[in-house]
Every structure is written in C-alpha cells, then in structure tokens.
Design a binder for this molecule. Structure first.
Ligand code: HEM
Ligand code: HEM
Length: 210
C-alpha cells in the first residue's frame, strides 16, 4: 500500500475543512469559519508529526529532495507512463509543502485574527500586540488559496491525461505497491489525528463572547 489510512483520512478531511474555511471566511460566517479553521489547523499539526513518524510514503525525509532530483524527474518524465512514483514525485513534493505551509500559516494566524467588530481570535488574549499583524497576514495570504489549489488540481489533471496515472483513485484506496512495507502504525496514526483535531477544536472554548 502507498498511502496509509491516516494519510488518506488526513487528506480528504483537509479538503473538506479548507473548502469549508474558505467559503465561510469569505461569507463572514465566523462561527463555522472558526470550526473549519481550527479543524484544519489540527489536521495540519497531525500531518507535520506524521511526516516524521508515519508510514514511509508520508515521511518528509522520503519525498523532500533537492533541485537535482527534481531536474532528473523532469528529464525522465517521458518514461514514466503507467508507472507512477510510489508516493509524491519530486515536483509534486514542492506543491505538497506549499499547500501545507499556506494552510498551516492561515490556521495559526487565524488564532489571533479578529473582525474588528464582535469577534476576537481565541489566542488574542495571550499576545494582543500580535493580533493586528496576524490578522493582516491572514487576509493577505488567503488570496493564495485559489491559485495553489488550482495548481494542485491542474497537476492532477496533467497526470491523468498525459501520464495516465490514476493518482486520485490511489489517494482513495491507498494504491498498490508490493515492494513497500505494510503500514504498521495505523491505530497510532488515527489516535494522533483525533487528538490533534480535538485539541485544536477545543481552542474554540477560549474565544471570548462568541
Ligand atoms: C482544498 C483543496 C485541497 C487541498 C488543500 C489539498 C491538499 C493536499 C495535500 C496537502 C496533499 C499531500 C498529501 C500528504 O502527503 O499528506 C495532497 C495530495 C493529493 N491530493 Fe489534494 N488537496 C485538495 C484537493 C484535492 C482534490 C479535490 C483532489 C482530487 C480530485 C485531490 C487529490 C490529491 C491526490 C491524488 C494527492 C496525492 C498526489 C500524489 O500522488 O503525489 N486533492 N493534497
Ligand atoms: C486553514 C484554515 C483557514 C483558512 C483557509 C482561512 C481562510 C479565511 C478566508 C478566506 C477569510 C476571508 C478573508 C476575506 O475575504 O477578507 C478569512 C477571514 C477570517 N478568518 Fe480565517 N481561515 C483559516 C483559519 C482561521 C482560524 C483558525 C480562525 C480563528 C480561530 C480564523 C479567523 C478568521 C477571521 C476572524 C476572519 C475575518 C477577518 C475580517 O473580517 O477582517 N481563520 N479566513
């Protein structure tokens, strides 16, 4: 198996939470925005930890590579039909890191973001001076969501049509890789995921008067 259950569960929950946070943020529905945003933050924290202790394909050390590998991947591309990388390819790894960095920063800055009217972020009381800067970055960076997600989806379409790689099916079923070790820490991963999301959601109790 390529993608273990915790990684797949992370991905599809992340998709739901980011879409939810994006739509509710743009609508100004801050009750649901906070819930989706905090859940996304919990998922992000899970994915960072899982990137060090998780199944082989989820570990950063196994897919984050330097420019030489990326160049090699690009020059080898025409031989790769029907033979997808057993995990993120060197170029795709860049987009994974960019997506995680953007969403993680939005989740973290959100903790200090207010609407200047009724709503104050759950951690504003801890460092009130930081709230103005965090809020400005939150509003600025959210403009990158559509371009980055658009690029992610365009890359998947390119894999589907030009390289004939079924990456989406693989992210749903886990995919097959007989050479890879079987995932062994599934239960640990699921528990960690629940703890991270639960812990992040519990921050909502710190939000004043909302
Ligand atoms: C808000 C929208 C989305 C976000 C933020 C997002 C984010 C991500 C992230 C962070 C990863 C890396 C997964 C990991 O290593 O844990 C990933 C991979 C992936 N995503 Fe998404 N995703 C989004 C939408 C979608 C959609 C709509 C699809 C399918 C139609 C999709 C299909 C995939 C696939 C197939 C991979 C694995 C690519 C590979 O084999 O290297 N994503 N996505
Ligand atoms: C990955 C998670 C998050 C995403 C993708 C996200 C995205 C967004 C978006 C798209 C907006 C609308 C900006 C605009 O149109 O002006 C917004 C606004 C806002 N977000 Fe988030 N957000 C996230 C997490 C959070 C969290 C965790 C909180 C608080 C706990 C938060 C608090 C706010 C507030 C208060 C606003 C309104 C700011 C204003 O009206 O000036 N966000 N966010």
């Amino acid at each position: 198996m390529i993608w273990d259950l915790p990684t797949r569960l992370f991905h599809w929950s992340f998709v739901i939470c980011i879409i939810g946070a994006f739509l509710t943020g743009r609508e100004g529905n801050l009750f649901w925005h906070e819930i989706f945003g905090l859940a996304a933050l919990g998922l992000f924290i899970f994915r960072i930890i899982w990137g060090f202790v998780g199944h082989a394909s989820a570990r950063f050390a196994n897919f984050v590579v330097g420019p030489r590998h990326i160049w090699q991947y690009l020059t080898d591309l025409r031989h790769r039909r029907d033979d997808p990388y057993p995990g993120h390819n060197p170029l795709g790894a860049l987009s994974v890191l960019a997506l995680l960095a953007l969403m993680g920063t939005l989740g973290l800055t959100g903790l200090w973001t207010g609407d200047d009217i009724l709503y104050e972020g759950p951690l504003t009381f801890l460092a009130p001076n930081w709230a103005g800067v965090a809020g400005r970055w939150h509003i600025l960076l959210q403009q990158l969501i559509l371009p980055l997600v658009g690029l992610h989806l365009a890359a998947l379409l390119a894999h589907h049509f030009f390289l004939r790689e079924r990456l989406v099916r693989r992210m749903i079923t886990g995919g097959k890789d007989d050479t890879a070790a079987k995932p062994t820490r599934t239960r640990l991963g699921l528990a960690l995921l629940a703890i991270c999301v639960g812990g992040a959601l519990s921050l909502a109790t710190l939000t004043p008067n909302y």
